[in-house]
Design a protein around this ligand. Sequence first.
Ligand SMILES: [Zn+2]
Length: 216
Amino acid sequence: MPELVFFSGTMDCGKSTLALQIGHNRSARGLQGVIFTRDDRAGEGKLSSRLGLVTEAVEATEGMDMYGYLIGQLSKGGKVDYVIVDEAQFLAPEQIDQLARVVDDLGLDVFAFGITTDFRTRLFPGSQRLIELADRIEALQVEALCWCGARATHNARTVGGEMVVEGAQVVVGDVNRPAEETGYEVLCRRHHLRRMTAASARAGALSPDVLPVTSA
Ligand SMILES: [Zn+2]
């Protein structure tokens, strides 16, 4: 039975690496897939992982009919055996509905990869719809770690290393940019609630007024 599978996790949990691995394993068996992504760090029409692997992908633009796109490929004689969607949190709920139709009407497996919650711990609309519709949800096993060493379960947005809790849900940023710019950091829930990033923890450790934080 074809399935809609949602691989969910925080940032830095190896989603894109696993997406590339699934694609590689299937193409090694002679299967052909369509890879969609949205706002990948490597640029439009690319799927990249932090480990440095990159492959060509179809940019899932705003308003794109995912089901219609695949029908178009198939009617042109293209071979499509499965579908991979990276950065699925950025898709609109309607686009997730279209992916469910790809599974049910076209009989294709759809593997969607996404971050579950935003920097305010709220579900992304695309991820919410995936949780509602997926046949199966897989929490990724490669665990990202908070600076304290605990399992990182939450995404923080930072400006100059300080955590912020206001702003638009999607701001393109990167952990490799200069510290004054918007970035992202994964934290455990305790440090997300305390708004304590690696930078503010270091600053706190230098201040004699602040008790050291233990990672119990
Ligand atoms: Zn922590």
